[in-house]
Design a protein around this ligand. Structure first.
Ligand SMILES: Cc1ncc(COP(=O)(O)O)c(C=O)c1O
Length: 500
């Protein structure tokens, strides 16, 4: 029997006989934790292996194996015939509390860097809305129409490739085949002439925003940012210490004149010209030229976030800002989160010639790119023509879903919620009458498993109107119909509460 008080700590070790972990590993992990957390004094003698084995109901060989392992890590020392002792090297500096207490202690807020500490104070939306594929979650493509069989075939084909290709480090700038495929896609579909070398593959658009911000903006420098605007991009730039200037938007996009009045000295502007996030407007040509000219004067960069530009309704897509950027100020950012699916975490940035060397250095110095498997599959998917046919098909699906939302909303929500038509994308904006609160509606809808994102989440500075952002891309017309019914009941209840 283990007699010592601290020895009894060992008797509190519980084994999970159903675990895939062998008993020896379980004992090793528990003893190691106890020793490191100060459950034993430095130099203290551990129970004899025979005694411990008997008390724990396990074999002595297992205990010896664990003691050997702890000895090899210098956590304990053994003297033949004299027993096993906790290493004297584990002296005063060890924390004097046990593992469970260690966890509680660690829950204190860590000391963040000054930059990130300040960013934490400015991050809004620390609680994400659920990303569940249900009405009216934003930013979700139609999973039900993704050609999974093709995808699985390409995955298997890739895995049969040469081990050198499949298993080694890839090009940190991105796989050559994918960069070529993207350059050709941009030329044909987005009116952008570029070389594959200008394209850098990243882990989603969000990573591109952070990379651009940390490379080109000094902490405290001004960045024009659409208000309301994209949440992820806002947080990425805040994390770089940028001073975001909330520039109003209207039905022609970013109000460049207002921006110049508010802040003529700026380092970067962030815009979503093809489909303003979240309001849905397309930036007018006049504003595009005004923005390019303001940026040229201020020697500033522009990020064009073309997050859902593939999904326009009708025959002509809105042009990209990059396609009229003659001075090389626009960094174009694309993503496969909408055109394929967000779990890929795959995006790209197209940088002007003047920035190619800079980003090449950054990529190979510390980033090392994104998984080769994903890149190669997407490249094949594009090269074999599946991407363009998928996008063509999805355009029709999203148009149909958009029409379903507008039609049902007109029938059921009239007077309570004005759902705007949009010309592209997977979501739209819906305006509330003044007496209803977007936050209360959103909370009430959430209780009924409906996502209705309040416009305020997207705001950098207070907005005059109340609205909801409704995603329609990820749900079929039947789910849209049911979702609208639920939303209608929420709105009617809130209306009664406010007017009775
Ligand atoms: C405005 C905007 N930009 C970009 C993205 C895509 O980001 P990522 O490629 O990191 O998934 C989204 C996704 O919802 C978005 O809303």
């Amino acid at each position: 029997m283990v007699k010592r008080a601290r020895g009894s700590l060992l008797l509190s070790i519980k084994f999970d006989r159903n675990s895939h972990q062998p008993i020896s590993t379980q004992l090793y992990v528990a003893m190691r934790e106890l020793i490191l957390a100060g459950g034993f004094l430095a130099g203290e003698r551990l129970p004899a292996t025979r005694t411990l084995a008997k008390d724990l109901g396990i074999s002595r060989t297992t205990v010896i194996e664990v003691f050997d392992r702890l000895t090899s890590e210098s956590l304990v020392t053994s003297k033949t015939g004299a027993g096993t002792y906790v290493s004297k090297a584990l002296s005063a500096e060890r924390p004097k509390h046990l593992a469970s207490q260690t966890k509680i202690q660690n829950q204190r807020d860590p000391q963040l860097s000054r930059l990130m500490g300040q960013a934490f104070l400015r991050f809004s939306d620390r609680k994400r809305l659920p990303h569940a594929p249900r009405a009216f979650t934003t930013a979700l493509p139609a999973f039900d129409f993704f050609p999974m069989a093709q995808w699985a075939r390409l995955s298997a084909k890739y895995m049969r490739g040469s081990r050198d290709d499949v298993m080694g480090y890839g090009d940190p700038n991105g796989a050559a085949q994918l960069r070529r495929a993207i350059a050709s896609h941009l030329r044909v579909n987005r009116g952008i002439t570029c070389e594959p070398e200008q394209i850098f593959i990243v882990s989603g658009a969000q990573q591109a925003f952070h990379l651009i911000g940390s490379t080109l903006v000094n902490p405290g420098e001004n960045v024009w940012f659409e208000n309301p605007g994209a949440i992820g991009a806002r947080n990425s730039l805040i994390a770089c210490g940028a001073n975001l200037i909330p520039v109003p938007v209207d039905n022609e996009g970013l109000r460049v004149e207002d921006a110049l009045r508010m802040c003529p000295e700026f380092r970067l502007a962030f815009v979503t010209p093809s489909h303003q996030q979240p309001m849905g407007s397309v930036m007018s040509l006049e504003r595009r030229f005004a923005l390019l000219s303001a940026a040229e004067k201020a020697e500033a960069w522009i990020i064009e976030d073309d997050y859902d530009g593939e999904f326009f309704f009708g025959s002509h897509p809105p042009p990209t800002l990059k396609s009229v950027d003659t001075a090389g100020q626009v960094i174009y950012v694309g993503t496969f989160s909408k055109s394929l699916f967000p779990a890929l975490r795959l995006g790209y940035m197209l940088v002007p010639d003047s920035l190619v060397d800079t980003f090449q250095t950054i990529m190979f110095s510390y980033l090392q790119g994104v998984p080769s498997h994903t890149q190669s599959m997407v490249a094949e998917f594009i090269d074999e023509g599946h991407f363009s046919s998928h996008v063509r098909r999805m355009r029709l699906i999203y148009e149909e879903r958009h029409e379903a939302l507008i039609r049902v909303a007109q029938q059921r929500l009239s007077g309570l919620l004005e759902v705007e038509t949009t010309r592209s994308g997977l979501h739209t904006i819906a305006h509330l009458p003044r007496h209803l609160s977007e936050i209360e509606i959103s909370k009430a809808a959430e209780l009924l498993n409906i996502t209705a994102s309040p416009l305020g989440r997207y705001a950098l500075a207070p907005l005059k109107s109340q609205a909801l952002v409704l995603g329609f891309g990820g749900v079929n017309p039947q789910q849209i119909q049911t979702g609208v019914e639920v939303l209608a009941s929420v709105l009617e209840n809130q209306h009664k509460l406010k007017t009775s």
